[in-house]
Design a protein around this ligand. Structure first.
Ligand code: UDX
Length: 455
């Protein structure tokens, strides 16, 4: 099939490259000329494992094209995916200006039947708005062209997006037209054939399914974070509790990890948007509101532990804290809503210096921190190290922020020599309490039995 993807961000690029790889001809459009120029010269604007090779292979084969031209994108396609951003408005609701602008651009140009597929995460009812926008433009031109609007939400995890796309748990497609559903089923057949993954429903249910899934996962995380904070006070270990709970098949083991709170481009935004939708319909979503409140508090949990460890916020003044990891999760350079930013803000405010290392997100973190704190303050307070060891060297304490693989088995004796206050704070519970303590380091995780030796 001939496919166009509007929006060459994270979702659009992964979608385009994966469909090209199974033999479709895909044109990826973006209005950002620099991004398209980069892609056309063989570069990739984001870090996602395997995506560079996949894009290069399909671009070389002539199956993956990049353009800034709507004329080209619309002329090319039987199926057009909308994968543009839906950032939160000031009131938390999703901002639909980009998606509706894309719909109008399509309506201004189509001359033959087309399926328009909404892949962006959008509030329930957006499918109707996209349909109206396209129909409105057709009416202005006095043109009559058959088109369908289909909802097909994405469930891609950053860092595992190619795997999620090519071996999905499920493919959700919402439409009221059997012919459009049939074409979508054909398109996804290469990823669905072995086990039936394709679930058909109406457009509104498909739109709500995406929010429901992300809201449930976010709620599990906040639930575990709240329980972890209680476990600490009770002298229980949340890691044992997690294992014990997760073995119940009704609960399952995933997304039960206590930590520094969820971040990223999806959970925070989608939770806010669904809360807003509930409020708009006079149906307040109380559990989800609590999920969000707990998450905001959890982003401060490590700073609070540092304050308790040193006795007061004042006692932190002048300390140098090493941070391992800055990205909101491993295998990505994405810093959106990253808990590390909240921690660094608090550390700077307390008069601490930060020595940070992240395998890929340092440049993006530096850009954001410079914009927020200014050149002079960053020059004084922030050092971005080239390795985990360099970050730890000469610091007073270490905080593990993102659970990158390379941080999993550190040389604790080296850390004990380097860290002046011999203190390790583990924001992801990846270290073995005994191993850390055996090296003479104090250890604090999230919701774990406290082995700290306070100074
Ligand atoms: C998420 C969804 O998983 C994906 O299906 C959707 O399409 C987009 O949003 P992503 O944001 O890439 O994907 O990351 P994910 O792996 O889900 O993690 C989100 C956040 O939750 C991260 O900050 C992570 O550290 C945190 N998390 C995750 C926990 O704190 N505990 C857990 O047990 C799992």
């Amino acid at each position: 099939m001939n496919i166009s993807v509007i929006g060459s961000g994270y979702v659009g690029l992964v979608t385009g490259a994966c469909f090209a790889d199974v033999g479709n001809t895909v044109l990826c459009l973006d209005v950002d000329e620099r991004k398209i120029a980069l892609l056309n010269s063989g570069g990739i604007p984001i870090h996602e494992p395997g995506l560079d090779t996949l894009v290069a292979r399909n671009a070389a084969a002539g199956r993956l094209l990049f353009s800034t031209s709507y004329d080209d994108a619309v002329a090319h396609a039987d199926v057009i995916f909308l994968a543009v951003g839906t950032p939160p408005d000031e009131d938390g609701s999703a901002d639909l200006q980009y998606i509706l602008a894309a719909a109008r651009s399509i309506g201004q140009r189509i001359t033959r039947p087309v399926i328009v597929v909404d892949k962006s995460t959008v509030p329930v009812g957006t499918g109707d708005k996209v349909r109206d926008a396209i129909a409105g433009e057709l009416a202005k031109r006095g043109a009559e062209v058959q088109f369908d609007v289909v909802s097909n939400p994405e469930f891609l995890k950053e860092g595992a997006a190619l795997e999620d796309f090519t071996r999905p748990d499920r493919i959700i497609v919402g439409s009221d037209n059997p012919a459009a559903l049939k074409q979508m089923r054909l398109l996804y057949a290469p990823f669905s054939r072995q086990h039936e993954k394709f679930i058909e429903m109406d457009v509104r249910s498909a739109e709500l399914t995406k929010y429901a899934a992300n809201a449930m996962l976010a709620t599990r995380i906040s639930f575990m974070n709240e329980l972890a904070n209680l476990a600490e006070l009770l002298g229980a270990d949340i890691e044992s509790v997690r294992l014990g709970m997760g073995k119940d098949p009704r609960i399952g083991p995933q997304f039960l990890y206590a930590g520094m709170g969820y971040g990223g481009s999806c959970f925070p935004k989608d939770v806010k948007a669904l809360i807003r939708t509930g409020a708009d319909h006079d149906q307040p979503l109380r559990i989800l509101q609590a999920t969000e409140d707990v998450n905001e508090r959890q982003k401060n949990v490590l700073f609070d532990k540092l304050v308790r460890h040193y006795g007061s916020a004042g006692a932190l003044h002048g300390k140098t804290i090493a941070l391992w990891g800055l990205a909101f999760k491993p295998n990505t350079d994405d810093m959106r809503e990253a808990p590390s930013l909240v921690l660094i803000r608090a550390l700077f405010a307390a008069g601490c210096k930060v020595r940070a290392y992240d395998p890929v997100a340092s440049a993006e973190a530096e850009r954001l921190l410079l914009a927020e704190h200014g050149q002079a303050r960053c020059a004084d307070l922030l050092f971005l190290a080239a390795s985990a060891k360099e970050a730890a060297a000469g610091a007073d304490a270490l905080v593990l922020v993102t659970e990158w693989k390379e941080f999993r088995s550190p040389d604790f004796r080296y850390l004990a020599e380097q860290l002046r206050d011999k203190a390790v704070f583990d924001g992801r519970n990846i270290y073995d309490l005994e191993a850390v303590s055996a090296a003479g380091l104090s250890y604090e995780g999230i919701g774990r039995i406290n082995h700290a030796v306070h100074p």
